[in-house]
Ligand binder design. Structure first.
Ligand SMILES: C=CC1=C(C)c2cc3[nH]c(cc4nc(cc5[nH]c(cc1n2)c(C)c5CCC(=O)O)C(CCC(=O)O)=C4C)c(C)c3C=C
Ligand SMILES: [Fe+2]
Length: 397
């Protein structure tokens, strides 16, 4: 718990964040970066049959990502009416706003429908094993999978959207958009944990990115490799719709029992302060567990998962409203918020990270009454690059 409580020191630095984040480095940006206020995630299907096209795309993406991250985020306005502008220009005059761009490789880069399109099938890491189907999964193809992923995060939504659009333009004829989701993170004061749409502080217990030992044990790929993944990480991303209207009709006590924490303070049930230790053995006067057996906080705690830990970096999303048929009485059919959490986590191996944790949660977590997993992505995010290299270069060497 001590390393986890340190996690929020990251929020304490927030007021003094530099306007730009480094692109080049041992690790890709956007993994340990203090969460920006906005995010734009996109997954692509590769349409080319040529390995050289994939390499050229990754080189173009890397160069564009480095230049946009370091600023200016776009090319200067182009005076020639006979030319197509090199860039949409939608971020002209805007600061880089701590933009980061993170790239990932999905299973389809290595092999698709049994076809080794780019001579990479033998290089698929064992840790990039397809996720199993979890209880309750309602995955739709339009929000699932992808051969490549990009995610732009910035403190300005227009900068993040511009960055993804530029990468889409560079992918023309080589990769098509498969699915996308933008998101936001509740603004917070220095040192405070943001709240999610359910009104609870979300991110209290997380791996401290400054704790190198824990990061090396649970987040960064180590000697088990492969080389191109060492110091990289595997990312699981899942758009999870939350039945917000249903949640809003629940009594406070039930909301708190479901999460296993108090709503306003964020403290574990029975405690006062947000960072008080989660005592899973504490009982009430009748001998019942204070933190309910199937509450979210208990089910997700490392102690309930043989010590498993993941680095969470989730954003809320809101796509407006859409029609839904409720599965609970009185079986209402109505327009409801198409909103929830774009859950995202990084880990050294998804089999011992997300899958280990979620297999049990998917069956028993009380939160499941309000949440539906609508999509899923699994991506290998290689280590960072040095100037002159491109992301994933070692994989193609
Ligand atoms: C399998 C991983 C997880 C999924 C899926 C997930 C969904 C999900 N979570 C919330 C809200 C909260 N989560 C909180 C804690 C928490 N959640 C996970 C994992 C998953 N959550 C972990 C590992 C933890 C930390 C547990 C610990 O170390 O003790 C909390 C409590 C506050 C906090 O610690 O951050 C909230 C609130 C939602 C709304 C959601 C799906 C929509
Ligand atoms: Fe959670």
């Amino acid at each position: 718990a001590s390393s986890n409580s340190a996690a929020n020191a990251k929020n304490a630095d927030n007021a003094a964040q530099p306007a730009t984040e480094p692109f080049w480095g041992k690790h890709q940006g956007g993994i340990t970066t203090t969460m920006q206020s906005h995010s734009y995630f996109m997954a692509f299907d590769l349409t080319t049959t040529k390995r050289e096209d994939v390499i050229a795309l990754l080189r173009a993406w890397t160069d564009a990502a480095a230049s946009m991250t370091h600023g200016p985020t776009t090319y200067p306005a182009h005076p020639d009416a006979e030319q197509i502008p090199e860039d949409s220009g939608s971020s002209l005059d805007l600061q880089a706003a701590r933009l980061t761009i993170t790239f990932g490789f999905g299973p389809g880069l290595f092999e698709k429908d049994g076809v080794d399109r780019y001579g990479l099938a033998k290089k698929r890491p064992t840790a990039l094993a397809d996720l199993p189907r979890f209880t309750g999964d309602q995955l739709v193809a339009q929000r699932t999978g992808g051969d490549l992923s990009v995610q732009a995060c910035a403190d300005d939504p227009q900068v993040a959207e511009h960055a993804v659009r530029r990468l889409v333009a560079l992918a023309y004829g080589v990769a098509d958009i498969r699915w996308a989701q933008n998101g936001f993170s509740g603004s917070f004061k220095a040192g405070e944990t943001p709240r999610n749409q359910m009104g609870f502080k979300d991110g209290t217990m997380n791996i401290s990115t400054k704790d190198a030992k824990t990061m090396n044990e649970f987040v960064w790929v180590g000697d088990e490799g492969p080389d191109w993944m060492r110091d990289g990480s595997y990312m699981v991303i899942r758009p999870i719709r939350i039945a917000l209207e249903h949640w809003d009709r629940m009594k406070l006590g039930f909301q708190e029992a479901t999460v296993g924490r108090h709503k306003y303070s964020g403290a574990p049930i029975g405690k006062e302060h947000e960072f008080d230790a989660l005592d899973l053995d504490a009982n009430d006067k009748d001998g019942n567990p204070l933190i309910a057996e199937n509450s979210h906080a208990r089910m997700a705690a490392p102690a309930s998962n043989d010590g498993a830990q993941i680095l969470r970096r989730a954003y809320s999303y809101d796509n407006g409203v859409s029609q839904i048929a409720e599965r609970w009485p009185p079986w209402r059919q109505a327009m409801t918020f198409d909103a929830g959490l774009l859950f995202q986590c990084y880990q050294r191996d998804p089999r011992t990270g997300f899958t280990k944790m979620f297999e049990k949660m998917a069956k028993f977590d009380m939160l499941n009454q309000f949440t539906t997993h609508l999509g899923s992505g699994l991506f290998a995010c290689p280590h960072g690059a040095k100037p002159g290299e491109y992301i994933g270069q070692q994989l193609f060497a």
